[in-house]
Ligand binder design. Structure first.
Ligand code: SF4
Length: 319
């Protein structure tokens, strides 16, 4: 059996397992139990179809994801987490973007592959796992054979992650908060760490080592992302310690300094991360001795932020 045929079979099984969730949705830890076939009443405000804002070659992800040719990135509309400070708030909160049929989503993936993308990078896919799987069923039949990246906020259902075994090649989840008080305040999800850590453990079981191809891009593996928040370095240090104690040393960790206050960011996080905060966290991450640690430059000046504007045809200004 070729790997594509095997993947098609795994997609078929995942659809069989997860499709019943569609009429009483528990596809993520929000457990809204709404009928997705009848409307968009859950936290993610998404019905049966996915909606997409942009699909493009992304050059600003970690080097193992973007490579030289770019990561074939699909930005979905809606989100199951909705952080108050979300830099993609135009999509997550304001729902900008348009619905796509499963066939159109498959065509988007195939087009990105044709343009030379190293992978298909699904941004905020948790709430659209079913349309993604239905689109993949079509795209795999039509020749999609580049790695699939699950670029989620980490607030994933462990059952969904189990169903994705053998389908997702590279997991790229956030691990945003350890403290329930922080996740409650900024994301209305006091159980964030409880749920995300369970999902990330499952991802690590499936993909315990980051495997790079000859061109230096990832073929399989797990890269955990942590976006530092100003004033919350102690939370970051606990998370870094948890990663060291609970995940394999062969995964990747991406420690991000690029936080910039957006949307409804409360008063206490209306600033960037300080160089001192970032250095403390970077020292702790370095001490873990992971095979792959991605650090960003010193925290950005406010006028150098990386916040995309999805109202533009080209939302990013990469250097
Ligand atoms: S995927 Fe959407 S509707 Fe389903 S449980 Fe999560 S937030 Fe609610």
């Amino acid at each position: 059996m070729t790997s594509s045929v095997r993947k098609q079979e795994q997609v078929r099984r995942a659809l069989e397992r997860l499709s019943p969730f569609e009429t009483s949705c528990t596809l993520c830890p929000r457990d809204c139990r709404v009928d997705r076939t009848r409307g968009a009443e859950g936290v993610c405000r998404t019905g049966r179809l996915a909606a997409v804002s942009h699909a493009l070659l992304h050059f600003g992800e970690e080097p193992v994801i973007s490579g030289r040719s770019g990561s074939g990135t699909v930005f979905f509309t809606g989100c199951n987490l909705k952080c108050l400070f979300c830099q993609n708030y135009q999509l997550s909160w304001l729902l900008e973007g348009g619905p796509v049929t499963d066939g159109e989503l498959a065509a988007i993936m195939l087009d990105l592959q044709k343009k030379g993308a190293h992978n298909i990078n699904l941004v905020s896919p948790s709430h659209v796992v079913l349309p993604v799987l239905r689109a993949l069923r079509i795209a795999l039949e039509e020749g999609l054979d580049i790695p699939l990246v699950w670029n989620s906020n980490g607030y994933d259902s462990v059952e969904v992650v189990q169903a994705l075994e053998g389908i997702v090649d590279i997991y790229l989840p956030d691990l945003k908060y350890y403290s329930p008080a922080l996740s409650k305040r900024y994301s209305a999800a006091p159980d964030y760490f409880a749920k995300a850590s369970e999902a990330v453990r499952e991802m690590a079981l499936q993909r315990p080592a980051l495997d790079l191809g000859g061109d230096g891009t990832a073929r399989r593996g797990l890269v955990v992302r942590h976006l530092m928040l100003p004033g919350a370095v102690d939370d970051t240090l606990v998370l870094v310690k948890w990663i060291g104690e609970n995940l394999s040393p062969y995964i990747g960790l991406s420690l991000m300094s690029q936080y910039h206050p957006c949307f409804r960011a409360p008063e206490e996080i209306q600033r960037g991360v300080s160089p001192e905060e970032y250095r403390r966290a970077a020292d702790a991450a370095l001490a873990l001795g992971l095979d792959h640690l991605f650090l960003q430059p010193e925290p950005f000046r406010a006028d150098e932020h990386l916040v995309p504007d999805f109202r533009k045809e080209k939302p990013f200004r990469w250097k």
